[in-house]
Write a protein that binds this ligand. Structure first.
Ligand SMILES: CC(C)=CCC/C(C)=C/COP(=O)(O)O
Length: 258
């Protein structure tokens, strides 16, 4: 009867006459080429882990999928809501009215109107408010131009580029300059003009109508307008933080005192 042999002895005898050595050193250091953890056994279930960057490529992040889905919904919904994008669109007959709304939120009437008011103002309170409104409108123009130039998102394909006075970055649509201005002016006017409640409601309605009209005219996607509203709202806080007063900017106020 054959005597029971140790596994080491059996292994040594299974090589067809060749000896296979199992060094203690390779057993103890897992990085060594002969170590069991380093060797790949054909058909073994324990495969070497993939580098992290390969895993990232194979598994697109949840955020990436959520963003692409949001953009797809945005493009689809904005196209459907662009009911005044052309004369032959579903609400094409309302296009001239929408273009009047567009001019009411344009930068030029607001800049000229504020400048004129500043020249005509006869109280220091009016001068202070109008000078800050002028500063806010200029800051808004610069900020929107910078973001448009950085993001470079094209206007929707169904937009007809027949807008009243544009600058070069206005071929881009993110964010909507009309929406930022509407939110900024709305917050500014509600804070610094003493108005009766119906007029305050009208100011808010005007800002909303200007914003919605951007999508209806086909000028923007919805995300351009939503971001624009947020940006304009936030910009007002910056303006209030940097508020110009006869104390903080005496030279500027000296220019306008008669
Ligand atoms: C030329 C001046 C002083 C302002 C340009 C105003 C303008 C055309 C903004 C674009 O608005 P949207 O981004 O909402 O289309």
């Amino acid at each position: 009867m054959p005597s029971p042999r140790s596994s080491r002895e059996r292994r040594a005898g299974s090589g067809g006459g060749r000896l296979e050595f199992l060094s203690l050193v390779s057993q103890r250091s897992p990085g060594a080429p002969d170590s069991p953890s380093h060797r790949k056994e054909p058909g073994s279930a324990a495969a070497a882990p993939l580098p992290e960057e390969d895993c990232m490529k194979l598994n697109p992040s949840f955020l990436g999928i959520a963003l692409s889905s949001l953009l797809a919904i945005d493009l689809w919904a904005s196209k459907r809501l662009g009911v005044c994008a052309g004369e032959d669109s579903a609400w094409g007959s309302a296009r001239p009215l929408m273009k009047v709304v567009e001019v009411s939120g344009h930068g030029i009437p607001w800049l000229l109107g504020t400048f004129y008011g500043l020249c005509q103002s006869d109280s220091s309170a009016a001068r202070e408010v109008l000078l800050n409104l002028l500063f806010a409108l200029l800051l808004d123009l610069v900020l929107v131009a910078v973001v448009k130039g950085l993001v470079k998102r094209r206007r929707p394909t169904h937009n007809k580029m027949d807008m009243f006075v544009t600058i070069s970055v206005d071929k881009y649509s993110f964010p909507s300059g009309h929406a930022t201005r509407a939110a900024l002016v709305c917050r500014f006017v509600l804070r610094h003009l003493v108005l009766a409640v119906p007029l305050r409601v009208l100011v808010v309605l005007w800002a909303l109508i200007v914003s919605v009209s951007r999508v209806m005219l086909g000028r923007h996607n919805m995300t351009d307008v939503l971001f624009g509203l947020l940006l304009g709202y936030a910009l007002y806080s910056v303006v209030e933080y940097c508020w110009l007063s006869p104390l903080s900017a005496p030279a500027l106020f000296a220019l306008w005192s008669h």
